[in-house]
Write a protein that binds this ligand. Sequence first.
Ligand code: GLN
Length: 200
Amino acid sequence: NSLIGVLAVQGDVREHARSLESLGAATRLVRRPEELDGLDGIVLPGGESTTMDKLLRAFDLRDPLRERLQAGLPAYGSCAGMILLADHVLDATADQQTLGGLDVTVRRNAFGRQVDSFEEDLSMPAVMGERTDPVRAVFIRAPWVESVGPDVQVLGTVTTGPAAGRIVAVQQNNLLATSFHPEVTGDHRIHEYFLRMAQR
Ligand code: GLN
């Protein structure tokens, strides 16, 4: 039985904890460096990446968390969490930093020019498992992945509309990231996929 931390400085904390617990995982809300000890994985929720970055630094969590990620701690970042994991961010604020580790460039609020929030069905073969129905993805002022490095696996892309072809789910070794919010749909397959990463 895995113990999964949920970074709890801001954002969709409870919803992620609930999804993980419904799959049988134990969860711990993480606000202090000591709370990183003994975790099998950590979720970085959606919220506002600039605020989360400031709070990570204010709570002295940034450096210890970076070290854990580099040492191989499985992490799943959703939306703002994806931005936190990215090595490069377009349309970042002037002093915005990330944890990094994921060899991607993301663009903040990338879909905003079309529409703020929307839903899409995504075909994600690696994640869908036995079920063949698509993954329902909810995007809220979401980033997209503008480009990926050679070691990054693309798990999902938008298929229809003006953003067709845009990458919205990626994995590189211990790091998983989605532009969208699986914690609000009741479809737990992204969390299930992450728990399998955390069990390895
Ligand atoms: N637009 C937010 C940011 O830049 C992300 C939105 C979200 O996490 N729902 O951090």
